[in-house]
Design a binder for this molecule. Structure first.
Ligand SMILES: Cc1cc2nc3c(=O)[nH]c(=O)nc-3n(C[C@H](O)[C@H](O)[C@H](O)COP(=O)(O)OP(=O)(O)OC[C@H]3O[C@@H](n4cnc5c(N)ncnc54)[C@H](O)[C@@H]3O)c2cc1C
Length: 405
């Protein structure tokens, strides 16, 4: 049966672009459909990419990338700590520049990209997938053997072909950011401020990029909704009163405010079925403890493309065959999602406030454990290895407290 293409990839974020690159390098016919005219131009994001991710996915230099070698962290009732590493930890990038860099890796003869094109409907059957697309006034239907839906936290396919339950507000995160333009270049540190002064049980981040500082805050949607304080008030407070950030960003101009959802739910299943694979945010591929999703989405997009290649080579599109997708990504990133959720529930629960959560966990009591947390946040070590490295101290502190009671 003739199809317009073998695989339709929806969304040119990190997941869809890595999936497309992987399909292109195996000569699989695919069409990448993206509703923006420029990939990444509408995406709110801090834009931090760990050095390990750059290496693994061979990400070329991104225009305007800002190297980071220091993590600054503020935990409740503790002084700000600044941990400088000898090596570069990663880069902060603008999302349109990242989109451009990733797109440039696909050779022109393999580039089948429809930008400014929105998927409006889809159907799948035992025989094929049909996807309705709209580009300006033009509407048409594309047919394919498989769909990789990488269209973000609320995937478009879910409206037409339900694969899994909607992520509840207790598992979905919300982030609000100010983009602040300064007159001078900013330094090489990413800052993370924890505690209920800075966020609704999440954290506040300050990520520099050239002369722009991205200052953001957020938390689980359920907590943002329950909260008396409006989310922007946390950012206004940091800029007005929290040293040294108020001084460092003094005189800056807020040039943009943006916000978006991010899945913070850990592993959600299923991520496949009926000739569709969900990848990236669409599949919950985002760290529940940090909201970092670029790395995890790339891993998800790669796993989906590898599975698509197998399906097409074997002419087998059954759910059984597609199930190897879930095995692939779970093996790769499942541990970070699982343990990230464990940490989120332990450290960022409501009411943890100034006296609970991080400050009483024992996770940040020594310089060594603070360095371990910094390594985890910057993608230098896995979540599980961070927990294992800190656990003895954590257990000691727990035992110590219950002994005193
Ligand atoms: C405020 C905020 C800050 C963040 N900061 C960081 C950070 O510093 N580092 C980090 O690693 N992660 C960060 N994240 C998370 C990260 O941005 C996401 O996890 C990541 O972008 C997910 O990639 P994706 O490819 O799955 O989806 P997306 O990047 O969301 O891409 C989905 C694409 O699909 C397109 N699309 C959607 N619907 C349709 C449709 N119907 N038809 C056609 N195209 C469609 C969209 O236009 C979009 O380009 C942040 C998230 C937020 C909200």
């Amino acid at each position: 049966m003739p199809y317009d293409t073998d695989v339709i990839v929806i969304g040119a974020g990190p997941a869809g672009l890595i999936a497309s690159q992987t399909l292109a390098s195996s000569n699989i016919a695919y069409t990448l459909i993206e509703r923006s005219n420029e990939p990444g131009c509408d995406k709110p994001c801090g834009g931090f990419i760990p050095a390990s991710t750059i290496k693994r996915f061979e990400i070329p230099a991104v225009e305007g990338q800002h190297e980071i070698d220091t993590a600054r962290m503020k935990f409740p009732r503790r002084d700000l700590v600044s941990i400088q590493f000898e090596e570069m930890l990663g880069v902060n990038v603008s999302r349109p520049a990242l989109g451009k860099a990733l797109l440039s890796k696909i050779p022109d003869q393999h580039k089948t990209t429809l930008l400014g094109t929105t998927v409006t409907k889809m159907e799948t059957s035992n025989e094929m997938c049909r996807v309705w697309i709209q580009q300006g006034e033009d509407e048409r239907v594309l047919t394919a053997q498989l769909i990789i839906d990488a269209s973000g936290a609320n995937p478009v396919s879910q409206r037409f072909v339900t694969l899994r339950k909607r992520i509840p507000n207790t598992g979905m995160g919300y982030g609000l950011q100010y983009h602040i333009e300064m007159e001078r270049e900013l330094g090489g540190s990413n800052a993370f401020l924890y505690g209920n002064k800075y966020s609704p049980s999440g954290y506040c981040w300050i990520f520099p990029r050239g002369r722009i500082a991205i200052v953001g805050t957020g938390g689980l949607v359920s907590r943002v909704r329950e909260n008396d304080r409006r989310t922007h008030e946390y950012l206004d407070y940091v800029l007005a009163e929290v040293e040294p950030f108020n001084n460092e960003l003094d005189g800056g101009t807020i040039i943009k405010k943006d916000s978006a959802l991010m899945p913070l739910c850990g592993i959600i299943r299923p991520s496949f079925g009926k000739r569709i694979m969900l990848a990236g945010d669409a599949a919950g591929h985002c760290s529940p403890i940090s909201g970092e999703g670029i790395h995890y989405s790339m891993a998800g997009g790669y796993a989906a493309a590898m599975t698509a290649i197998q399906c097409i080579k074997g002419s087998n599109f059954s759910d059984d065959m597609l199930s190897s997708y879930e095995k692939r990504w779970t093996k790769d990133i499942g541990s970070d999602l699982k343990w990230g959720l464990w940490l989120q529930r332990k450290l960022m629960r409501p009411g943890a406030g100034e006296n609970g959560g991080w400050s009483s966990s024992g996770f940040i009591d020594s310089e060594k454990s603070q360095t371990t947390i910094a390594e985890m946040l910057m993608g230098v070590r896995s979540v599980r290895s961070a927990i294992l490295s800190i656990a003895p101290g954590y257990l000691r502190s727990k035992i110590g407290r219950s002994w005193k009671k």
